[in-house]
Design a protein around this ligand. Structure first.
Ligand code: BES
Ligand code: MN
Ligand code: MN
Length: 470
């Protein structure tokens, strides 16, 4: 069993993997409501085809109620003394957003030079169809060289990650036994920078509330009625404005109080993470005059260790036809990224209660939602043989030790799944980078990092075989 043969094979066949990735990325598998679910099904089928092609066995779509399809496959011939890994990624994607802002068509993956070198542009090229390819390429390389993979594999490719994995609880109840494993490898996170690998050891959670403020049963002429009749858009604006203080910190009483205080060790570790303000601003694309909002010891720690509040969408009338009306109602979605210590249910309740109380002028408020899935933050102590294997294999793949980082984003699958597996170590690796722009327009994947991630994955299988041998 020689990982360097597999590595050589990978290098020779990399263009084929890129083609497979393009095939997946051409399918607009948007899981959001209002988008054709047939495309998510198509993408599940294409994923299944790929998994079969590289040698996964018993590949099937795991049916569960009306969930977008989960794809499953296994390769269990490494023997009883070899460990078993669950490989996770997701095949659903975010909507394309504003099509006119895409420089290349969102669902026609296109190669172009960009930050770090050649990049593949298109929705899902990085988040998270590249994650599927990393798993597929690693098995392919082993089977086509050694004829055998050093560990047992169960691959699960989810179809509803981007909408909060709503069926996860029931899905795990039904399939937890089938998915038993010693370690979980998730390829759905970001590297620290181009060519700078990272292992993600903490995620924030996410909750969301939809708020609608209603003043009227219909929209009316703003000249004929404006003055005595309250404007629901102003009312909503006032309500939203009470949610944060002058420095942008969450001002809803009781929320920040829940956050587990930082320990000295945490602060010391965070100080080892390189932070350069200029680079940070450039990566995220902030306008020149905009201030960074302060909380915690530094902005990097803030991203994964403190909560944040974002209004992700707001609606009243439209920019296309801003008629002189008092709108009947105004709507917004308010989301909070939850930090360690925060109870997602309580956070949601506090937010709802605060919004309701902040509504002026006796208008009607309707509050909906509170995402019960993936609501809580997650963190893991990155010690033990599985993490040693991850560290060492990434060093081999990238030529550099991975940084241990937290992540401001959320992956609802991680916490309940790791628990269902009796606390199995979860290795979060991935090929996004600070220029990927996942969820925004012009999402892209750094091709050289996909290659390095595939090489790392080959080494990871080999190292896990050694370090977790039973
Ligand atoms: N791949 C992301 C998670 C992520 C974000 C990893 C940033 C690394 C950096 C994942 O696909 C995602 O977007 N998750 C959603 C989850 C939500 C719908 C519960 C998110 O964070 O918005
Ligand atoms: Mn993702
Ligand atoms: Mn995503």
């Amino acid at each position: 069993m020689n990982p360097s043969d597999a590595e050589l094979f990978l290098a020779k066949n990399f263009d084929r993997y890129l083609d497979e990735l393009k095939t997946l990325a051409r399918i607009p598998s948007v899981s959001f409501e209002g988008f054709d679910p047939a495309n998510v099904k198509k993408s599940a089928d294409a994923t299944a085809t790929l998994l079969k092609k590289v040698g996964f066995e018993n590949v099937e779509v795991l049916p569960f109620e009306d969930a977008h399809p989960y794809v499953y496959g296994e390769w269990l011939k490494a023997g009883p003394n070899a460990p078993t890994a669950v490989l996770y990624a997701h095949h659903d994607v975010q909507p394309a957003g504003r099509e006119e802002l895409w420089q290349t068509p969102p669902f026609e993956p296109t190669m172009k030079k960009g930050p770090g070198g050649d990049r593949l542009y298109g929705r899902g090229t990085a988040d998270d169809k590249a994650g599927i390819l990393v798993h597929a390429a690693a098995l392919d390389a082993f089977l086509k060289t050694a004829g055998k993979c050093p560990i047992n594999l169960k691959v699960v490719i989810e179809g509803e990650e981007e909408i909060g994995s709503g069926h996860l609880e029931g899905f795990l109840k039904k399939y937890a036994k089938k998915l038993q494993a010693d370690v979980i490898i998730l390829t759905d996170t970001a590297n620290f920078d181009c060519g700078r690998p990272a292992l993600t050891v903490a995620l924030r959670g996410l909750i969301g509330v939809d708020v609608e403020v209603r003043a009227l049963t219909k929209s009316v002429h703003s000249g004929m009625w404006g003055g005595p009749v309250p404007d629901p858009v102003m009312a909503l604006s006032k309500m939203l404005a009470t949610l944060v203080d002058a420095d942008g910190r969450i001002a809803v009483p009781g929320i920040r109080e829940m956050v587990t205080p930082l320990t000295e060790t945490e602060v010391a570790n965070m100080k080892k993470i390189p932070f350069e303000e200029k680079l940070f601003r450039e990566q995220v694309g902030m306008v020149t005059g905009a201030k960074l909002l302060p909380e915690g010891p530094n902005p990097i720690a803030q991203l994964w260790r403190f909560p944040s509040l974002t209004v992700t969408a707001i609606q009243a009338s439209s920019r296309k036809s801003p008629a002189n009306i008092i709108n009947d109602a105004a709507w917004a979605r308010v989301t909070i990224r939850t930090a360690p210590g925060m109870d997602p249910v309580k956070t949601t309740e506090l937010l709802k209660k605060h919004l309701k109380a902040a509504c002026p002028w006796g208008l009607e408020v309707e509050l909906k939602g509170g995402d019960p899935h993936g609501g809580g933050a997650w963190a893991i102590d990155p010690t033990g043989p599985a993490f040693e294997a991850a560290r060492s294999s990434m060093k081999k793949g990238y030529g550099e030790e991975p940084l241990m980082i937290g992540c401001g984003g959320s992956i609802p699958f991680v916490k309940p799944f790791a628990e269902a597996l009796g606390g199995a170590p979860a290795l979060l690796i991935g090929v996004e980078d600070p220029y990927t722009n996942a969820h925004g327009e012009n999402e892209s994947l750094l091709v050289s990092d996909l290659r390095k991630a595939c090489v790392s994955q080959v080494h990871l299988f080999a190292e896990l075989a050694e370090r977790l041998r039973k």
